[in-house]
Ligand binder design. Structure first.
Ligand SMILES: [Zn+2]
Length: 261
């Protein structure tokens, strides 16, 4: 049995005005998502997360040797899969982007083609987030082309928050594509202690706003990230915060949201 706190009564009153929301979703439940980036790339922490008991959301890089395998593995274990779309940053090595990234020299038509190909190389994907991209996410034409594909394929978007000037929120809202933004990075410092601290920030944000999104990584920091996440779960249970796939953070069923004029 779930316990509901009294201070959430205003949410109850609010939801009574909208029975559709109440049917699809329990508005009183605090929900957080832990998106783990860079599947398909590095191997550190991959098994820990994909065989672990926490329902993370797996963001899989397209076009790599392991893209398909990691996506299938996640899906088989009931873990939600999204495409981790490599996008051009302001600084950094070209090699960090992997094959066929979204770069600002591409035409919108080429961008759309690459996103469609990326989706084919990551089976079961129901959403997208960006890998790097501090330059490309600020380019309106590039972002619009990506959001158009998301709309056609009925995918949600998570803005990884690599630039404060990202065009994703405004264009996705304009085109009525479901979008949320990352609140916390878990492993910008690679220690389990730091990851636990960041998980605590995620809990606070979730308690404040009803939902929260953290991003961590597999690869060199993967093992440490998984340890920090798993060690935090008891605390999340105590605080009655449920870890859910990112799609469950949206207030109504995604397909219905798309139908709103
Ligand atoms: Zn990444």
């Amino acid at each position: 049995m779930k316990k509901f706190a009294l201070f959430l009564i205003p949410f109850l009153l609010l939801s009574a005005q909208n029975s559709a929301v109440a049917e699809n979703n329990d508005p009183k439940q605090l929900k957080a998502s832990i998106i783990i980036d860079d599947f398909g790339g590095g191997t550190g922490g991959v098994r820990d997360f994909l065989e672990g008991a926490v329902p993370i959301t797996a963001a899989v890089m397209p076009f790599t040797e392991n893209s398909r395998e990691h996506a299938e593995w996640a899906h088989k274990n009931g873990i939600e899969v999204i495409v981790h779309l490599p996008m051009q940053p302001k600084k950094g090595k070209r090699s960090w982007l992997g094959p066929k990234p979204i770069t600002v020299d591409l035409s919108p038509k080429e961008v759309k083609k690459r996103v469609e190909e990326a989706l084919k190389s990551v089976p079961h994907a129901v959403g997208m987030n960006n890998h790097m991209g501090s330059l490309a996410v600020e380019d309106e034409d590039i972002v619009r082309a990506i959001v158009e594909v998301a709309k056609e394929k009925k995918l949600y978007i998570i803005d990884s928050g690599t630039s404060p000037k990202s065009k994703f929120p405004i264009i996705a809202k304009e085109m009525n594509v479901p979008i949320l933004k990352r609140d916390v990075f878990l492993d910008d410092i690679s220690s389990a202690n730091h990851v636990r601290k960041q998980m605590n920030r995620l809990a606070k944000i979730t308690e404040f706003s009803g939902k929260g999104i953290a991003i961590g990584h597999v690869g060199v920091t993967g093992k440490v990230c998984s340890v920090g996440v798993f060690q935090s779960m008891e605390e999340f249970e105590k605080r009655n915060i449920k870890i859910v796939p990112a799609s469950q953070l949206f207030s109504t069923k995604l397909t219905e949201q798309y139908l709103v004029p």
